[in-house]
Design a protein around this ligand. Structure first.
Ligand code: ZN
Length: 193
């Protein structure tokens, strides 16, 4: 068991590590927000909405995109943060060699087989992404692309339910809101054309 001070140290270390590794990366919204905003949102969602207090899950949340999107290797991750966190991140890492549609299909297929910490991070990740789609959508994404993403995210989450009711309920609310907003925009688009 880690002491509270050790846990806080590990979380701060993870934020510093992620901020450094993702420093040149931006989100896809119009303002090209710093990527670290997404990782802060995921950790905060786990803590506040999910009530998650396990430090390994919180740290895995902060580091969940580090292999996929930066030059970090699993060896480096394990050296810095230990085998447990590195293995959760491994579960959450897509094989970037595969084409996008295959990776998307595999996320749906794999979601039922994830460990509990990986499930929790996955829901918090999709919550952050849906929140962005609603409030600051990717600048270059047409309505259809947004709709496709939301529906796909719903399928991924449907495969991993049963881990944390509060997170799932929050996701469902955001999902409904995103669909509603897209439908609304579709309607107003068809009225103006
Ligand atoms: Zn993410």
């Amino acid at each position: 068991m880690k002491s509270e001070a050790e846990e806080v140290s590990l979380i701060l270390k993870a934020f510093k590590f992620a901020a450094c590794k993702h420093r040149d990366q931006r989100r896809k919204d119009e303002r090209a927000s710093p990527y670290i905003n997404h990782l802060i949102a995921v950790a905060e969602t786990l803590w506040t909405i999910g009530g998650i207090r396990e430090v390994t899950t919180l740290v895995a949340g902060i580091l969940h995109d580090i292999i996929e999107d930066t030059d970090t290797s699993f060896e480096e991750l394990e050296r810095e943060f230990g085998a447990e966190i590195s293995s959760i991140v491994r579960e959450l890492t897509d094989d970037k060699q595969l084409p996008g549609p295959v990776r998307k299909r595999l996320q749906i297929e794999h979601s039922a087989h994830l460990s509990t910490p990986a499930r929790l991070v996955k829901i918090a990740d999709k919550i952050s992404n849906l929140d962005d789609i609603i409030h600051s959508p990717p600048a270059r994404w047409a309505l259809e692309r947004r709709e496709e993403y939301v529906i796909w995210a719903g399928k991924v989450i449907d495969g991993l339910r049963g881990g944390n009711e509060a997170l799932e309920r929050y996701f469902d609310r955001l999902f409904a809101k995103a669909i509603q907003k897209i439908e609304h925009e579709k309607k107003s688009r068809s009225q103006t054309t």
